[in-house]
Design a protein around this ligand. Structure first.
Ligand SMILES: [Zn+2]
Length: 429
C-alpha cells in the first residue's frame, strides 16, 4: 500500500542541495516540501534526526550460492536494509564463483525477486578466481555484471591483469582489484608490527598492499583503463593513489569503516572478530585514512561485509578466516566514532557511501529534492542500538560490535512508496 508520511522538522542531507531543516512529505513515492500541514498522513517527529539518501555498499559478500550457512541473498538484504543500505554489489567469490554469464544471469534472477532493493552482481576477473585465464568478461557484462573483481584475492600475474584491464576498457566494465603481493603477505594473520610481535603472530607486511596498489594503478595507467582499488589501509597507499590521481589517472579508491575506527591494538588478546585483510593498522595509518576520506583521495566507503559462521571464527587466531560483517553496524559505528565527534560530516558520508559508489557503476543517484523518488534513511543520533544475536538480521555474527551498544541508529528506511524498516513505533514517536 502507498504510504503518505510527513517527517517534521528533520535535517535533510542531499547531494545537489544545501543541508536544511524542515518538513518533508513522502506521497506517491516522491518527496515534497509542504508549506502547510497536509492531512491524511502519518506524522513522524523528526526533531534531532537526519534524513539521508539510502546508502549503497559496493562491496558485500552474500555467500549465495554455496555457503548459505553463513549468509543468503535474503538475509544479506535484510541486514543491509537494517543498516540503512538500499542497494549493494554482491561479490563473486561464491561456490562456485561467478565467472560466467549463466551465473550472473541466475543470480540477477534471484536478486530481482527482492522487491525494491537494488542488487548488482560483480563477476570474477579470472576463471575460478585462480588468476590464470580471463573469465567470460564480455558474456558476464552482457548479462548485467557491473564490475569484475577477484576479491578477496589479488590478480597476481601482472600480464593477466593487464589483459583484463585492456578488455574491460574496451567493454566499459569497472575493474576492481584487491592489492596484495602474496609472496610478501604469506601466512600473515595481522599487521606486522609491535602488536604482532607481542602476540607471536605472523605479520602481514604493509608492503604487500602498498606495492600491489602501485603495480595495479601503473598497469591501468599504461593501458588507459580506469581502475578501482579496494580496501586501502595504509598512509603510503593513500599517498600513491593521491600521486596517480594528480597525474590524471582514472583511479578511484575504497576504504572500509573498520580501518577508520580500529587499530591493530584492538586485536587485544587474539580476538578473531578483529582479524581482517587488509589488517587493522597502527594509529598513524588510521588517521591518514580518515583524512583521505575527508579530502576525497578515498572516493568510496564500502563495508566488505564478510560473513563467517561461529564455528569458523572461533578457531585460533592463526587459522580463523579473515573478515567481519558490516552492513548492520557501519552507519552507527561511523556516527559514533567520526560524525558525532565532528571528524566527518554527514555531507561527506553521503558522498562516499551513497552517491559515489552508484556514480561509479552508472546507477541512478538518490536525492531528497522536490519531486524526486523516495530512497532514504532516517537516522536518530540519540537512539542507542544494541547488536545481539537476537536482533542481527545477518546469518553470521562475526562483528566486534556483537553485544555492544552504539549511539545512533537507523530508525526508518523507505524506497518508492514502501516503508522497508520501521523502528519508530517502539520508541513511541
Ligand atoms: Zn571483500
Amino acid at each position: 500500500m502507498d504510504e503518505r508520511v510527513l517527517i517534521r522538522n528533520v535535517q535533510v542531507v542531499s547531494p545537489g542541495g544545501e543541508t536544511r531543516t524542515g518538513d518533508v512529505l513522502m506521497a506517491d513515492g516522491r518527496w515534497s516540501f509542504p508549506t502547510t500541514t497536509p492531512g491524511d498522513c502519518r506524522v513522524i517527529g523528526g526533531t534531532g534526526m537526519v534524513l539521508l539518501p539510502g546508502l549503497y555498499d559496493l562491496h558485500a559478500h552474500l555467500r549465495e550460492p554455496g555457503r548459505e550457512d553463513s549468509e543468503t541473498i535474503e538475509t544479506g538484504v535484510a541486514a543491509a536494509l537494517a543498516g540503512g543500505f538500499t542497494g549493494l554489489t554482491a561479490m563473486p567469490d561464491t561456490v562456485p564463483p561467478v565467472d560466467n554469464g549463466g551465473m550472473v544471469h541466475s543470480l540477477r534472477d534471484i536478486a530481482g525477486r527482492t522487491a525494491g532493493f537494488s542488487i548488482e552482481v560483480a563477476g570474477c576477473i579470472t576463471r575460478g578466481r585462480l588468476g590464470q585465464e580471463l573469465a567470460e568478461i564480455g558474456e558476464m557484462q552482457s548479462r548485467g555484471a557491473v564490475m569484475i573483481t577477484d576479491d578477496p584475492e589479488p590478480v597476481s600475474n601482472p600480464q593477466v591483469l593487464r589483459r583484463a584491464l585492456q578488455y574491460a576498457r574496451d567493454l566499459g566494465v569497472l575493474v576492481a582489484t584487491t592489492c596484495d603481493v602474496k609472496e610478501l603477505s604469506g601466512s600473515g594473520a595481522m599487521h606486522d608490527g609491535s602488536v604482532s610481535y607481542r602476540l607471536g603472530l605472523p605479520g602481514l607486511h604493509p608492503c604487500a598492499e602498498e606495492i600491489g596498489i602501485a603495480r595495479d594503478i601503473r598497469l591501468a595507467q599504461s593501458c588507459g583503463s580506469r581502475i578501482h582499488i579496494r580496501g586501502v589501509s595504509t598512509a603510503r597507499s593513500v599517498e600513491t593513489i593521491r600521486r596517480y590521481k594528480s597525474e590524471g589517472v582514472a583511479v578511484t579508491a575504497e576504504a572500509f569503516p573498520h580501518h577508520l575506527l580500529f587499530t591493530d591494538a584492538d586485536v587485544g588478546e587474539y580476538d578473531t572478530s578483529f582479524k581482517v585483510k587488509p589488517p587493522l593498522r597502527p594509529e598513524s595509518d588510521r588517521l591518514a585514512l580518515i583524512q583521505a576520506v575527508r579530502d576525497g583521495v578515498i572516493d568510496v566507503l564500502a563495508t566488505d561485509h564478510t560473513p563467517h559462521t561461529w564455528f569458523e571464527k572461533t578457531r585460533d587466531f592463526g587459522s580463523a578466516p579473515f573478515g567481519m560483517t558490516g552492513l548492520e553496524t557501519a552507519l552507527s559505528a561511523l556516527h559514533e566514532g567520526l560524525i558525532a565527534p565532528g571528524r566527518l560530516s554527514w555531507e561527506t558520508l553521503v558522498e562516499r557511501f551513497s552517491t559515489a559508489p552508484r556514480r561509479l557503476l552508472g546507477l541512478e543517484v538518490p536525492v531528497i529534492q522536490e519531486g524526486s523518488a523516495v530512497n532514504a534513511v532516517l537516522f536518530d543520533p540519540a537512539r542507542e542500538i544494541t547488536f545481539s544475536p537476537e536482533t542481527l538480521k545477518s546469518r553470521s555474527h562475526n562483528t566486534p560490535y556483537l553485544n555492544r551498544t552504539l549511539k545512533g541508529s537507523v530508525v526508518w528506511v523507505a524506497i518508492g512508496s514502501k516503508v522497508m524498516v520501521d523502528r519508530l513505533e517502539r520508541a513511541g514517536d
